[in-house]
Design a protein around this ligand. Structure first.
Ligand code: 5GP
Length: 323
């Protein structure tokens, strides 16, 4: 069956039962903005968590920090909006359990491996070992099919992270030929599982974030959309934004299976043109606005009320050369 991506659809304008302004829309009915800054080395930083958590945006920290870095840098940040990221290897899980001993109130533990299908037992064991010691939300991923999502749900994950091959710095689709169009992955998995889901990867614009939530995502994870923010730049002009499977990543951190891996991620230099606040403003505004177009006063109702239309021409780009 044909599967769809964000660029294949638009959200249909609906009718509101009562007058509705953007200011009347509640985008934090669960006490967080349902947007997560990705646990990539560039974006999943303590600085990002500090800035984002003040606005109730969530950050999943990079897995590459040491225990000491986690323990020291988390002092003073509000932990409700922050996730620790871990792999499934024993040493990763033990490191995470040590961090949780100091900070049992971390909002999320993000168990993140690129290909859950290749290590289902590892993922199931990691979920159960963390569950024994941790009462917060356990995120497991990434998957992109209903079958894999159901396995993670039965394994006891609280939240499933969805997305294979859709990331801005990802090369899996071109170099390995594997992936699932993100919009259909969200819709199919939403219909099959009861627990919350995160749409991870593939959002290029705030409109895509709205589409992900309208399609049924409870949270949306973003890397590339934050890649042009000055907070992630070392020299103030460019941001080094590189995929978790990029050559830069392989050179700086030791992956498993190093000699057999292809490069599955890009290494990019992105010119600085935003701040985290400007990106967060645009995202919040978009979430408010989409609710007024669809006719709901609460972001939790967007999925039930929104309808999509399939299109073959999404945006008018005729004057972009003058920007
Ligand atoms: P973005 O918002 O940039 O489109 O997507 C962010 C997501 O891309 C990350 O959260 C992660 O799941 C995925 N990703 C990051 N780096 C890589 C990579 O090198 N290879 C692949 N396959 N996915 C990546």
């Amino acid at each position: 069956m044909k599967k769809l991506d964000f660029s294949d659809v638009l959200i249909e304008p609906g009718i509101s039962l009562k007058p509705l302004t953007r200011g009347m829309v509640n985008i934090t009915p669960n006490d967080y903005v349902p947007i997560i800054i990705a646990n990539m080395v560039t974006t999943g930083t303590f600085d990002a968590a500090e800035i984002a958590s003040k606005r109730k945006f969530i950050t999943f920290l990079s897995k590459e920090y040491s225990i000491e870095e986690y323990v020291f840098n988390l002092i003073g940040i509000d932990k409700e909006y922050v996730g620790v990221t871990t792999g499934v290897r024993k040493k990763d899980v033990n490191k995470t359990l040590e961090i949780l001993q100091t900070y049992p109130d971390m909002g999320y533990v993000n168990i993140d491996i690129a290909n859950v299908g290749a290590n289902i037992d590892g993922m199931i064991n990691a979920i159960s070992n963390i569950r024994k010691k941790y009462k917060g939300k356990i995120v497991a991923g990434n998957v992109a099919t209903v079958k894999m999502a159901e396995i993670l749900e039965s394994a006891g994950a609280d939240i499933i992270k969805i997305g294979i091959g859709s990331g801005a710095a990802c090369l899996t689709r071109t170099e390995v030929g594997v992936g699932v169009p993100q919009l259909s992955a969200i819709m199919d998995i939403r219909a099959a599982v009861k627990i919350p889901i995160i749409s991870d990867g593939g959002c290029v614009t705030a409109g895509d974030v709205c589409k992900a939530i309208a399609a049924g995502a409870n949270y949306v994870m973003l890397g590339g959309m934050f890649a042009s923010c000055k907070e992630f730049s070392e020299d103030g002009d460019y941001v080094d934004f590189f995929g978790l499977g990029s050559e830069k990543m392989y050179n700086n951190y030791v992956p498993t299976d190093k000699e057999y891996r292809p490069v599955e991620g890009r290494t990019l230099k992105v010119p600085v043109k935003n701040t985290m606040d400007s990106v967060m403003n645009q995202l919040e505004g978009a979430l408010r606005s989409v609710c007024t177009y669809v006719g709901v006063d609460n972001i939790n109702d967007l999925h039930d009320k929104a309808t999509f239309i399939e299109v073959n021409h999404q945006v008018n780009r005729s004057l972009e050369q003058y920007e």
